[in-house]
Structures are given as structure tokens and as C-alpha cells.
Write a protein that binds this ligand. Sequence first.
Ligand SMILES: O=P(O)(O)OC[C@H]1O[C@H](OP(=O)(O)OP(=O)(O)O)[C@H](O)[C@@H]1O
Ligand SMILES: O=c1cc[nH]c(=O)[nH]1
Ligand SMILES: [Mg+2]
Length: 211
Amino acid sequence: MPIPTLTVVDHPLVQHKLTLLRKKDTPTGRFREVMRELSTLMAYELTRDLPLESFSVETPMARFDAPILSGKKLCIVSIMRAGQGILDGFITLLPSARVGHVGLYREQETLTPVEYYFKVPEDIEERLVLLIDPMLATGRSAVAAVHRLKEAGAASIKLAVLVAAPEGLRTFHDSHPDVPVYAAAVDERLDEQGYILPGLGDAGDRLYGTR
Ligand SMILES: O=P(O)(O)OC[C@H]1O[C@H](OP(=O)(O)OP(=O)(O)O)[C@H](O)[C@@H]1O
Ligand SMILES: O=c1cc[nH]c(=O)[nH]1
Ligand SMILES: [Mg+2]
């Protein structure tokens, strides 16, 4: 059984920007902007261990062997809606990655994730999947998304979230011990409605100004 891994991205810029997202009076436009900035930093961390190979390049001065990315191609998969808030930053750093979407919302009473959309590239089994969602609360949405990705053939997946609850991390690791998790923060706990405390509120609502 693989050992579940959790990487908390403790870079000062990540922590500073996350604080801006947490502030309840950060307005929608600014929230969206900061989430995008933060997501480029998360993408940087998630790709830290990508393999490199040598490529012969001619600079204006000389020919030499320079490093380029090798290994599996990438697929970024966003868990809608709130995942869209961190998708742009990932695409900015990884412009040739394919992009997939999983549409999920939590049913309010039971917190059961309900799927309304699923579209991923056909060759997903050949790609490293970077699954993204700002929030991991009960963990059930991420568990369901990974389950669907594995059904579609994905064999290599990393999960990136901004804020995770300890309860959700346990549930996720129990279901998918092979999927490493990257988070900007692990918060205290869930409240009675399944929101993360202290968290940042409802990420989708704050991104899009809904309630
Ligand atoms: O870990 P869980 O308890 O499953 O909760 C986390 C999910 O909740 C939020 O989505 P939400 O259901 O609010 O949908 P939205 O993105 O459309 O707002 C969030 O973006 C996650 O997908
Ligand atoms: O705190 C939470 C929990 C689930 N989804 C959110 O957007 N925020
Ligand atoms: Mg929401």
C-alpha cells in the first residue's frame, strides 16, 4: 500500500495570498485575482519533481545540452465550479497541458457530491493528472472526482487544494492512498454544515458573487 503524502506549501507568498483570500472583506474581483496568483505558485510546487532530459540547443553563443521537460504529458482537471478559480494559473505555467472538467456540487443537507459534468481527454491514461479544487472539506468531492478519473483510465494523479480540513484529508487518503495531496494550509476542523474553520467561506460563491 503506498504511503499517503501531504505537502503543505509554506512559501511566504503562498501564505500571504491565502490570508488575503481568507479576509471576509476581500471583494469578488480581488478574490478572483489573488486566487489566480496563488494558483501559479501552487502549480510551481506541483511540478517541482517533473523529470528533465537533455536537449541540444544552439544559443547565439554556443551549442550545449540544456534541460527540457520529459516524461508524461500533463492534464489539468478542474473540479467545477470553484476549481475554475485556480485553473488559469495552472494553464499559464503549463500552456500545452490538456484540460479536463468534473462538475460536482455538494448536496446541501447530506453533503453528498452530485456529478453534473465529466469530460477528460481520451488519452488520460498516458498523462499525469493535476486535479485542482480550492477546498477539501469532507473530502467526498475529491474522492468522487478521483474515482471517476481512475474509471476513465487515469493512473497517475496529484491533488492540489488551497485549504484542507483534517477530516477531509483522512477520508481522501483512506480512499486514494496513491494520490499525493498538496495544500496551502490545513485548517482546524469542519463546522456542523461541513464548512472549513477558519477556512475562507464558500469558494465558489466568493469567486462568482453568488450565495
Ligand atoms: O470536500 P467536500 O465536503 O466535498 O467539499 C469541497 C467541495 O465544496 C466546494 O464545491 P461546492 O459543492 O460548493 O460547489 P461549487 O464549486 O459549485 O460552489 C469545493 O469547491 C469542493 O468541490
Ligand atoms: O469551507 C468550505 C467547504 C466546502 N466548500 C467551500 O467552498 N468551502
Ligand atoms: Mg460552493
